[in-house]
Ligand binder design. Structure first.
Ligand code: FBP
Length: 551
């Protein structure tokens, strides 16, 4: 592997730990809170998780240094890449070794499937050192295999048993941590002595709640996207001839779009959750965009930048209903659907099975989008929204709206558009100082949870806008974050996805400024992530976290 000069210098960065772990001497104990409840659907969730429901929250506090047993843990990276995953593993490894130098950490390759296939590697100092403070998940790879059946759990138990592993750490998003909880529950029920600990990962920022302030990777990814958006804004403002429609990753929630808007002040940023709250139609969204294009043209500005969240179309009520019906239809007829050879056959099958209302929404979409909506689901049964070209759909629709207005004399400008999709550009970036520290701390805390003997918890750090030394480390019961949602046509207990709330302080800040940003070119150019230099530049958290901390 060749090493860039930055990577070489960055390898020496020592992530900061919360004070309770700073001496690395195992001198801590846990303080227990009250028994907890799930965020909703308590009866159903308690029934499903009889052994792991209601556990107390845990906080690490200074304590007596004790002799730790030899700990043997396994770790997987699950789902989409997010900056900082390697530091979670490094923090976990260091934490286990600090507690007992003979402890061992196994990495299972390729995500959850590695646990099933027993495809593992025993980490050494050299391997971990080579990946400290780097982006990506390539140390062991990731995958989206769903770990959910009893047969799979039994296989995991057998494989861990063979290696003598007594704890599994799942680094993943809401779905992967839901499955981590199912695994923890299974081990408890079957009296299998293996703990399960989760770590909150996803660039989407939608694994957050009253206890988990943010998922790791969100900070770095939004910094990368905001750098690119800032550069595009500067180009738009220099050439003054293009409208740039930028789709931003984030499967469902618009946290990434909101954070990037707060960092860069674009002319337009659509927030899916607001579209849903207002029950807007696709035509409403097009009118809103075309209106701003038209108003700017009237003052001689035939250029601008619009941010479009990846999940937008799922939040437009008519299309949401369509997708829900399509999900059920495709899940119920998966085998037959597989046998259909041509796009025409698939379209005909779908058209003949949709209800009248959803069929109308389906046929109002261009055929390219119809085909993208029918494409393979991910293993969790979700539409793969990153494959739907919403930015192109909107450009096409805005253009034809402007032509109508031109014919009526309402619009006299020129509309030339460029489209972009920023997603993969940010998922494997070298973690910012924040993510480097946060991830290392999450891993270290996971090791502390293992040594405390608990299971069914998510590693948690709080007080994140303060210096890392002041962060509080602890564990949040996974069942506490659950509610019941519909997946693949059935109700399932899952960790609740956090969407942007339109009464949140971050959204209100955006809403208070967006009209000004639409017309004035108040662009902000954040520039690239800085790893070396003044703390006020290098140690910035997200704007969202900063606003939430001040509320
Ligand atoms: P996770 O939820 O697994 O963290 O993945 C997030 C994400 O980056 C989404 O923003 C995006 O929709 C999706 O992964 C794309 O995944 P893939 O590259 O596997 O299609």
């Amino acid at each position: 592997m060749s090493i860039s000069p930055l990577q070489d210098a960055r390898a020496a960065y020592q992530p900061k730990l919360p004070a309770v772990f700073a001496n690395r001497d195992g001198a801590f104990s846990t303080s227990q809170g009250e028994p907890t409840q799930s965020v909703a659907d308590q009866v159903k969730i308690k029934a499903k998780f009889a052994h792991t429901y209601g556990l107390p929250e845990l906080t690490f506090v200074p304590g007596e240094k004790g002799d730790s047993d030899v700990l043997k843990a396994g770790v997987i990276l699950s789902g989409g890449q997010a900056p900082g995953g390697h530091n979670v593993i490094a923090g976990l490894y260091d934490g286990l070794k600090d507690l007992n130098p003979v402890s061992e950490l196994y990495g299972f390759r390729g995500g959850p499937s590695g646990l099933l296939d027993n495809d593992h590697v025993l980490f050494t100092d050299g391997m971990i050192d080579a990946y400290r403070n780097t982006g990506g998940f390539d140390i062991i790879g990731s995958g989206r295999t769903k770990l959910e059946s009893e047969e799979q759990f039994a296989q995991v138990a057998a494989n861990c048993g063979e290696l003598g592993i007594n704890a599994v750490v799942v680094i993943g998003g809401d779905d992967s941590n839901t499955n981590a909880c199912l695994l923890a529950e299974y081990f408890c029920r079957e009296a299998i002595d293996i703990q399960v600990i989760g770590c909150p990962k996803t660039i989407d920022g939608d694994l957050k709640n009253d206890h988990i302030a943010t998922s790791f990777g969100f900070d770095t990814a939004t910094k990368v996207y905001s750098e690119l958006i800032g550069n595009i804004q500067r180009d738009a403002n220099s050439a003054k001839k293009y409208w740039h429609f930028v789709k931003l990753m984030g499967r469902s929630a618009s946290h990434i779009g909101l954070e990037c808007a707060l960092k860069t002040h674009p002319n337009v940023a659509i927030i899916s959750e607001e579209i849903a709250a207002k029950a807007s139609t696709l035509q409403d969204v097009v009118t809103y965009l075309a209106d701003i294009v038209c108003q700017r043209a009237a003052i001689g500005k035939n250029f601008g930048v619009a941010l479009i969240p990846e999940g937008l179309i799922e939040f437009i009520p008519a299309i949401k209903a369509l997708i829900a019906e399509l999900n059920d239809l495709l899940a119920d007829n998966a085998v037959y659907f597989e046998t259909l050879d041509t796009d025409d056959d698939r379209l005909q099958f779908v058209n003949s099975h949709l209800s009248a209302a959803t069929s109308q929404a389906f046929s109002s979409l261009p055929m390219t989008i119809q085909l993208q909506l029918m494409a393979d689901r991910d293993p969790h049964g979700n539409v793969q929204v990153s494959k739907i070209e919403t930015e192109k759909l909107l450009v096409e629709m805005v253009e034809s709206r402007l032509q109508e207005w031109k014919a009526k004399g309402k619009y006299t400008g020129k509309f030339a558009a460029q489209t972009h999709f920023f997603g993969y550009e940010g998922r494997c970036a070298a973690p910012s100082n924040f993510d480097a520290d946060y991830c290392y701390g999450l891993g270290y805390t996971a090791a502390a949870l293992i040594s405390s003997g608990v299971t069914g918890y998510m590693s948690c750090l709080q007080g994140l806008t303060k210096p890392a030394a002041e962060w509080r480390a602890g564990g949040v019961p996974l069942t506490m974050m659950m509610n019941v949602e519909r997946r693949k046509g059935h109700d399932h207990p899952v960790i609740k996805k956090a969407l942007v709330e339109t009464d949140s302080p971050a959204f209100k800040e955006f809403a208070a400024n967006r009209d000004k940003w639409a017309m004035d070119d108040d662009y902000q150019y954040p520039g690239p992530i800085q790893y070396f230099g003044p703390s006020e530049v290098c140690d910035l958290t997200t704007v969202t976290l900063a606003i939430e901390a001040n509320q």
